[in-house]
Write a protein that binds this ligand. Structure first.
Ligand code: CDP
Length: 250
């Protein structure tokens, strides 16, 4: 531990380029994805990603609530990202704070770019994301879980949406930040990719980095997304090998 002012700052990078948990700069945390984890939802997925635990449930296409959001030419995609009060070290105040609202909005917008919403006019596709345990990168874990849950619900989409955060820690560009790296690092850059087209449909940045570092971060993030994409497809294949739900798509 080094110290800056009153704060204890952990050493984020060893001289040989190892991170706080021993990972290399381009190494993801372990990821486990379970498609169809819930019985009540039309589609669901549970994602354990490092110390993150995130559940996603999808309902729809179904009647729109509140009614005034209904659109005549397409389905509305609604998302509620919520962090459980027990998901973080210091108990979080329950309910939708500004951060949760912002994350819900950017996730819904990311899915608007891949879901064939015009196939279901006057309906709603509702995505619920519950973060049970948080350790940075929960919006990305939420996107991955929701994406697998949408596929599990049989919602037609251009593609799945893998997501990951890249950042700058100890002066180096690193893939998939954990909490200490997110808290004490210089930058955090979550992104979501449409693998087929190579389009990014979510890109946010906190902190600062140079143009050249940003370009490298994007390359590293896209590579990471492609690895996660394979794990998402494998989770869906596994689900369908066990017993396909009616109308599901792999
Ligand atoms: O989770 P994500 O990286 O997408 O979002 P963030 O706003 O950058 O938050 C990073 C991490 O800070 C979260 O994953 C939590 O581990 C932690 N956090 C917290 O401890 N309490 C909160 N109220 C919000 C976030």
């Amino acid at each position: 531990m080094g110290s800056v002012g009153a704060k204890e700052v952990p050493v984020l990078l060893t001289p040989d380029g190892r991170r706080i948990d021993g990972r290399t700069l381009d190494e993801l945390r372990p990821i486990r994805i379970e498609a169809g984890a819930l019985h009540q939802a039309d589609g669901s997925a549970f994602v354990e990603w490092g110390a993150n635990k995130v559940m996603a449930a999808v309902y729809g296409p179904r009647e729109v609530h509140p009614r005034h959001l209904q659109q005549n030419n397409k389905a509305v995609i609604q998302c509620r990202y919520n962090m459980a009060a027990f998901s973080v070290d210091e108990r979080k105040r329950p309910g939708l704070d500004r951060r949760s609202q912002e994350i819900s909005k950017v996730i819904a917008e990311a899915f608007e770019s891949v879901v064939f919403a015009e196939e279901y006019p006057r309906t709603s596709i509702d995505i619920y994301i519950e973060v049970l345990q948080a350790n940075a990168g929960t919006r990305c874990a939420g996107l991955v879980a929701a994406s697998v849950a949408l596929a599990d619900a049989g919602i037609p989409m251009v593609d799945l949406l893998p997501a990951v955060a890249v950042g700058k820690v100890g002066g180096a560009i690193a893939l998939d930040l954990r909490k200490e790296e997110d808290n004490y690092g210089e930058a955090d850059l979550p992104m979501a990719l449409v693998p087929q087209s190579g389009r990014l449909v979510l890109l946010q940045m906190e902190g600062h980095m140079t143009e050249e570092e940003l370009a490298r971060s994007l390359d590293l993030g896209v590579q990471g997304c492609r690895t996660i994409y394979e794990k998402m497809k494998a989770a869906l294949r596994e689900r369908y090998a066990v017993g396909p739900p009616a109308g599901g798509a792999a």
